[in-house]
Design a protein around this ligand. Structure first.
Ligand code: SF4
Length: 186
């Protein structure tokens, strides 16, 4: 089986999928591309914690994009193309992941977004499949959700930061932990 590019949204969500794939003997590189995460402090914190998770497993992390893309969320024109902001968010990320995988010789790609019971699992799979066809690379669908809790426990065990909101400023504002989160940026 050829090499897989595993898009990772954060360290905690990477734990179970990486563990599973390595246990299965798969050859993987992890890939960071999450311009949706705001603010920059949080973007950097999640990126650093993903690096810690990759170091724990001795897996290579490739990172693209060093900044959260504040402007993307303000572009109403772009938002109008999609049914929801989450659909747009998945589309932007999976388009880049599939393109990178195709241009850099990977056999397939997948994403740790598929571990979360809080994400729109079927929509992520649908969009990823469409991006695979667009760029001529395989989308290796995996339902990681049965391992979500286990992955969170593994993240706790190695001391990873575990965030309390999805990533964009809208999800931060909607979080019941909003005030606590803002305090953590100080
Ligand atoms: S809630 Fe999460 S998936 Fe939806 S737009 Fe915000 S960061 Fe993206």
């Amino acid at each position: 089986m050829g090499k897989m590019l595993l898009h990772c949204c954060c360290g905690p969500c990477a734990m179970y999928p990486v563990d599973l794939l390595l246990t299965e003997g798969r050859d993987i590189d992890c890939f960071w591309y999450n311009p949706n995460i705001q603010p920059q402090f949080e973007f950097d914190r999640r990126h650093e914690n993903l690096q810690k998770a990759c170091d724990h497993y001795n897996v290579r992390l490739i990172s693209e994009g060093s900044e959260c893309m504040q402007d993307y969320w303000l572009s109403k024109e772009y938002l109008n193309e999609f049914a929801s902001r989450c659909e747009m968010c998945y589309d932007i990320r999976m388009d880049h992941v599939a393109k990178f995988a195709s241009e850099n010789g990977y056999e397939s790609f997948c994403t740790t977004l598929l571990v979360s019971p809080y994400q729109q699992h079927d929509k992520i799979a649908e969009i990823s499949g469409a991006k695979a066809s667009k760029y001529g690379v395989k989308f290796d669908y995996m339902d990681f959700r049965p391992g979500f809790r286990q992955g969170q426990d593994m993240a706790r065990e190695i001391g990873l930061y575990r965030q309390k909101y999805c990533g964009c400023i809208f999800s931060l504002e909607e979080s019941k932990f909003r005030d606590k989160i803002y305090k953590s940026f100080e």
